[in-house]
Design a protein around this ligand. Structure first.
Ligand SMILES: NC(=O)c1ccc[n+]([C@@H]2O[C@H](COP(=O)([O-])OP(=O)(O)OC[C@H]3O[C@@H](n4cnc5c(N)ncnc54)[C@H](O)[C@@H]3O)[C@@H](O)[C@H]2O)c1
Length: 322
């Protein structure tokens, strides 16, 4: 059987694609290469396609038939929060219309299993120690909204025509399984810190007066290799379970503050990364940590790697890039 992985040339998608291949699954990559890196998926068949374009359902139908696709992991999306605030229509079009086109093609092709990349950004600014999936979602930016609308669309498709689906709400994804698959975009904390350290510049922390143990924001960092494994488990779950549409958090259940992450990176680098505390950034909840009971119960999955392993893998990848 073949699994189509949209966004396969991206950071997380390439990890999912490689893990599936290691397990003997054929993978068809679908990516418009707007943010993808070709070298990550050089050995995979690729459909180069913007999923949001009108012709996408037809192109996908042909590709699904040619490659005997039986299931889809849908990661392709725009993910820059700030850009989504400036260009909401583009984000809704890319993320929601892209998903709608994919679901249309799946229905027309009789492909009935889907794992959808959602995000902890759906929760917004929750005021609880650990967020569980039943908490009311109140996203605070268009990016988070597109992920929540995406979950609703997936749920509606499950009700309407028997799609079996799991939406995975990722928390902060970091680290790498192999240097060549690493996250190289300086948008998330760890690539930003490593970039600043390489330039000999201090890291500017956005706010040091939050109601957290050291005053900096706390997040739940999950190793991308563990996250990829959650996708494999989700696909297996869809093979055996008829229940339509589960929404599951993917995190570790443990938070780390910005300063703890910088310390862990300093330890991995073998030298201290200097820190300057700047003003808060709008829209940052003080803490966002996953409740991970449901994914453990439903998929039998839990994170195996911790912050030290995440940071060591990211540092090793940065050194390999030179
Ligand atoms: N990185 C994180 O911490 C994080 C957290 C929560 C959720 N997510 C979600 O995980 C998914 C993957 O994120 P990533 O970090 O690997 O991002 P990424 O930018 O590295 O990968 C996204 C891939 O999708 C492709 N793509 C984007 N729009 C497309 C379109 N319209 N048609 C076809 N291809 C398109 C890009 O070229 C890229 O290769 C996204 O859906 C993102 O919203 C990521």
């Amino acid at each position: 059987m073949t699994v189509a992985v949209t966004g396969a040339a991206g950071y997380i998608g390439s990890h999912v694609a490689h893990l599936l291949r290691e397990q003997g699954v054929h993978v068809l990559a679908v990516d418009d290469m707007s943010a993808g890196v070709g070298a990550r998926i050089a050995e995979l068949p690729l459909v180069e396609l913007d999923l949001a374009r009108d012709e996408a359902p037809g192109v996908l139908r042909a590709a699904f038939a040619q490659h005997q696709v039986r299931a889809v992991v849908h990661l392709a999306a725009r993910k820059a929060v700030g850009e989504s605030v400036e260009q909401p229509a583009r984000y809704y079009h890319q993320n929601v219309a892209g998903l709608a086109n994919l679901l249309t093609a799946m229905q027309q092709s009789g492909v009935d299993r889907l794992v959808f990349s959602s995000s902890a950004a759906t929760y917004g600014m929750p005021d609880v120690a650990a967020v569980d999936e039943d908490l009311e979602c109140r996203p605070i930016n268009p990016y988070g909204e597109t992920k929540l609308v995406g979950e609703w669309l997936v749920r509606a498709a499950a009700r309407a025509h028997g799609l079996r689906a799991v939406s995975l709400r990722y928390f902060n994804v970091a680290g790498t399984a192999r240097p060549e698959l690493a996250d190289v975009v300086r948008a998330n904390l760890i690539p930003i810190v490593l970039g600043r350290a390489a330039e000999g510049l201090p890291v500017v922390v956005n706010g040091g007066d939050y109601p957290t143990p050291d005053g900096t924001c706390v997040r739940d960092y999950v190793h991308v290799a563990d996250l990829a494994d959650a996708h494999v488990r989700a696909l297996e779950h869809l093979d055996r379970d008829e229940r339509p549409h589960d929404v599951l958090n993917v995190g570790t259940g443990t938070g780390a503050s910005v300063l703890e992450v910088v310390d862990a990176l300093s330890a991995a680098l073998g030298r201290e990364v200097p820190v300057e505390v700047g003003p808060r950034r709008d829209g940052d909840p003080p803490a966002l940590v996953a409740s991970v009971e449901r994914i453990r119960d439903v998929l039998g999955w839990q994170a195996r790697r911790g912050l030290a392993e995440i940071c060591e893998s990211a540092v090793a990848a940065a050194r390999a890039r030179g």
